[in-house]
Design a protein around this ligand. Structure first.
Ligand SMILES: Cc1ncc(COP(=O)(O)O)c(C=O)c1O
Length: 383
């Protein structure tokens, strides 16, 4: 049986990962500054992560959501402690798209409306409602995905967003505080605060999509936390499981109380997924990774700004975009095959997306700098 051919692949076969390195079949070492689309938060095969998941598997890997699973509560308590958010309940799911689909559904359940506001260049996933509100994924929307009435606005077009919310017809607005796939642009705190006020006035649900920018990546637990807003719903995934599929929907349960049967999943919140999620938070806490993302992220941003051809450095913490004055697709290939360095792309073709593990140090930065400088020193800018 062939694999359904939907992915464009690099001809590399990593078979082992340790910390911020992966190794192919021949044992060649690659420096991983991308974490498989922002997923690797605490490093590949971190010993505490491996131990926690292995021990859980010896006990029990899975049972359904019709029994008591104390690991779910432990995970919820740890998220609350590390993020310092208050007043949210946790619904566990398996991926970012599912988290957003459930968030959009809750918004519509809450006020009975069907319209959604989303931002241009946003990305929210590939499931039905999530792909429908994804501006960067319009070419991936099948006719069956066109069920949601979505208005897209530029992240700086606040007046239009506020006017639209005040019509009182919108179920919810979904926002990435720092856009990932779109290209690392950030909505301002002031804009977020104005949007939150308009949402409160009109009973519109404010959903912050923290799937990529959340979980300490930006140097705050959630990227929106540099503002004073309290979103109605926060969605999370990616770094939450360090590769184990898990996602979460944090819901302001005073505003949107739980109703039995309204949401559900077979696998979401299973024992192994919770063990992975708990181990990630243990490591974020014990290795002080929120502070590390701030500190090392600032150094990385300085380093990038000094590289030849870089015209802007965007993002915060360890969620960084280096914008060149030419398209970077060929450069990325050269980085993989000649410098053994993984980086990412974005909808902005000139932008290199850099999303290393949250526990990188100066030594990793030195290696990254040397590989980048070598690649750029003999790089022929594509015509
Ligand atoms: C901001 C954001 N939201 C949602 C998603 C979808 O997550 P998943 O691929 O886990 O469904 C992504 C994936 O890249 C993302 O970056």
């Amino acid at each position: 049986m062939n694999l359904y051919d939907v992915y464009s692949l690099y001809d590399v076969t990593p078979v082992k990962g340790r910390g911020s390195y992966v190794y192919d079949e021949a044992g060649t070492e690659y420096l991983d500054f991308y974490g498989g689309h922002a997923v690797i938060s605490v490093g590949h095969s971190h010993p505490h992560y491996v131990k926690t998941i292995s021990e859980q598997l010896q006990q029990m890997g899975f049972y359904s959501n019709s029994i008591v699973n104390p690991l779910q509560q432990e995970l919820a308590d740890k998220i609350e402690k590390l993020s310092q958010v208050k007043g949210y309940d946790l619904f566990l799911i398996n991926s970012g798209a599912e988290a957003n689909d459930n968030a959009l559904k809750l918004a519509s359940f809450h006020n009975g409306r069907t319209k959604i506001i989303a931002l241009e260049n946003g990305f929210h996933g590939r499931t039905s409602a999530a792909i429908n509100v994804t501006h960067t994924g319009q070419k991936y929307q099948a006719p069956i995905n066109h069920g949601v009435d979505v208005s897209y606005y530029h992240y700086e077009d606040i007046d239009s967003i506020i006017t639209e919310i005040h019509r009182g017809e919108t179920a919810g607005i979904i926002i990435e505080a720092i856009q990932g796939i779109g290209g690392l642009d950030s909505i301002s705190n002031q804009a977020l605060e104005q949007i939150a006020a308009a949402c409160t006035a009109t009973d519109t649900v404010l959903i912050m999509d923290e799937v990529q920018c959340g979980y300490a990546r930006s140097g705050d637990f959630f990227a929106y936390q540099t503002s004073s807003i309290q979103p109605d719903i926060i969605t999370t995934a990616k770094g939450m499981g360090n590769g184990f599929p898990i996602g979460g929907v944090l819901i302001n349960s005073n505003k949107i109380p739980a109703v039995k049967g309204r949401l559900g999943t077979t696998y979401g919140g299973n024992h192994l997924a919770c063990a992975a999620g708990i181990a990630v938070l243990d490591i974020i806490e014990s290795e002080d990774l929120i502070a590390n993302a701030q500190r090392v992220g600032a150094l990385l941003q300085e380093l990038l700004a000094d590289l030849p051809g870089v015209k802007a450095v965007k993002g915060r913490g360890l969620m960084i975009g280096a914008e060149f004055d030419y398209p970077v697709a060929d450069l990325r290939k050269q980085l993989v095959f000649e410098q053994q360095l993984f980086t990412g792309s974005a909808a902005n073709a000139n932008l290199l997306r850099i999303l290393p593990a949250l526990n990188i140090n100066e030594n990793h930065l030195d290696q990254f700098e040397s590989k980048m400088k070598k690649a750029l020193s003999n790089y022929k800018i594509p015509a």
